[in-house]
Design a binder for this molecule. Structure first.
Ligand SMILES: Nc1ncnc2c1ncn2[C@@H]1O[C@H](COP(=O)(O)OP(=O)(O)OP(=O)(O)O)[C@@H](O)[C@H]1O
Ligand SMILES: [Mg+2]
Length: 229
């Protein structure tokens, strides 16, 4: 696996709760190779989102090292971190983090606002991403008027417009019916087949079983599940 596209070395995340230390992550070591499709499972509160946020440079570890393509992000300036977040990662966050009173198209275009893409090109790329996730016909709808599954697809379209190397998805199929879940997993599998590295936090065994590798978190500690056939 060489050195991995993402590597965590002894990563801990400590919060002070009611005057005492609470570890959301404890000494986590993880190596993710380029092109992997990894499921992260664990009970509610075990530390899954915390892990994903640290990997995606949305949050910082309190100790340990996070390396992206072999470089420790600890030494990155705020602008370097912003660039990594915007260009290297595509996020599908647990609460979608969409802008409610804007159209689906505006939301999908948003990651491109930071890299000075001309408006016409931005629209073309956004519509192609929406086509890919099957919601191009909903592009002018405001987010508030969309269903959970449609919002989920908008969030996925937004995650892919900058053609990121790594997609970080936090419960991307939470609250979706089986058919929509399968459609969304088909989409992640096809993105993975194109070479994208994908990390998916999930409670759903079927979703995990479609990933090539599974790790689980329990009380902030990470365990490798046995490799699948
Ligand atoms: N700002 C904070 N201060 C204190 N504790 C926090 C903070 N943020 C998260 N935690 C705690 O860290 C632990 C891990 O939270 P996290 O959101 O990573 O869980 P999770 O595995 O994603 O859960 P879920 O499946 O419910 O989304 C939880 O016990 C949570 O209460
Ligand atoms: Mg979570």
């Amino acid at each position: 696996m060489e050195n991995g596209i993402i590597r965590l070395e002894g990563v801990s995340k400590k919060y002070i709760v009611g005057g005492s230390d609470f570890y959301a992550l404890k000494d986590v070591n993880l190596k993710v190779g380029k092109g992997e499709m990894l499921a992260i499972t664990g009970t509610s509160g075990s530390g899954k989102s915390t892990l994903l946020h640290i990997i995606g440079c949305l949050d910082k570890a309190t100790s340990g090292d996070c390396l992206i393509e072999g470089r420790s992000v600890g030494g990155y300036s705020d602008s370097e971190l912003a660039r990594v977040r915007n260009m290297f990662f595509g996020f599908v966050l647990q609460d979608f983090a969409l802008i409610d009173h804007r159209t689906a198209l505006y939301n999908v275009e948003a990651p491109m606002f930071f890299n000075r893409t001309p408006a016409a090109r931005m629209k073309k790329i956004a519509l192609a991403a929406m086509e890919r996730v099957g919601i191009a016909d909903q592009s002018s709808k405001e987010i508030v008027n969309m269903s959970g599954g449609q919002k989920q697809r908008v969030a996925i379209a937004r995650a892919i417009v900058n053609d990121p190397a790594v997609i970080l998805a936090d419960e991307p199929t939470g609250n979706l019916d089986e058919k929509t879940t399968n459609d969304i997993m088909d989409l992640f599998c096809s993105l993975n087949n194109e070479g994208k590295t994908i990390l998916i936090v999930t409670h759903d065994r079927n979703v995990a079983s479609r990933c090539k590798r599974t790790v689980s978190i329990s009380d902030g500690m990470l365990y490798e599940s046995r490799d699948k056939e």
